[in-house]
Design a protein around this ligand. Sequence first.
Ligand SMILES: C[S@@+](CC[C@H](N)C(=O)[O-])C[C@H]1O[C@@H](n2cnc3c(N)ncnc32)[C@H](O)[C@@H]1O
Length: 242
Amino acid sequence: MTPPAVETTTDASRIQTLFNRIAPVYDRLNDWLSVGQHRIWKLMTVKWSQASSGDTCLDLCCGSGDLAQLLGERVGKTGQVFGVDFSCAQLEIARQRGENHYPPLSLHWIEADALHLPFADNFFDAATMGYGLRNVTDIPLSLRELHRVLKPGATAAILDFHRPNNPTLNAIQQWILQTIVVPVATANGLQDEYAYILPSLEKFPQGPEQIRLAKQAGFAQATHYPISGGIMGVLVVTKRLS
Ligand SMILES: C[S@@+](CC[C@H](N)C(=O)[O-])C[C@H]1O[C@@H](n2cnc3c(N)ncnc32)[C@H](O)[C@@H]1O
């Protein structure tokens, strides 16, 4: 049975409220909690999106805009990047970050729902998404929307947490989340906001399931690359050349 629409709306607004609330400390916590590693994972994601100079690109669930900015640096002054998020507080930080960049980049910040993108079909040359897929309320719909707005032959790279296959690494990941991430977040007054990572990760599809969902959404190719021992992963998807 299809769940009532109101439930989805409530879930979405809870997520929106959560990301609005953590916006002021989000970048700082990301740096502390990943020991700066998220910057490297994001650079890898940009590279795997195959974006190149002059491209028009999308960064879905852009949050405070760091990944969109990296994408902007890659496409250069002849390209442009559209960062999409439904959290106005995160977008405000993204906007300020973009304004302070030298040389200036062509970055556009769009407040919109990743499940109903305000773009024409076949619009983007490449796309990225960082820690967004785990947060949308409907992963298959989000992948279908991403597929719709990409040009034929275009690639998207989707970075997110992943559960390592190795039981020791899996236990270490759980230990880090429970004994470092949540206490650090609690010290910043954000316990509830960060306690959600572990349950969301438990529900999040593993690499092979992500590949299946991407193919079901229409992508011709889908590969999942576990990184950093499988605690993170990048799903790389390519739309069929028509
Ligand atoms: C964990 S943050 C990731 C931010 C950034 N991409 C990064 O890598 O740090 C997830 C973002 O997804 C956004 N988000 C979740 N569901 C969304 C949806 N349906 N439409 C647009 N944005 C969404 C949230 O507002 C939040 O900013």
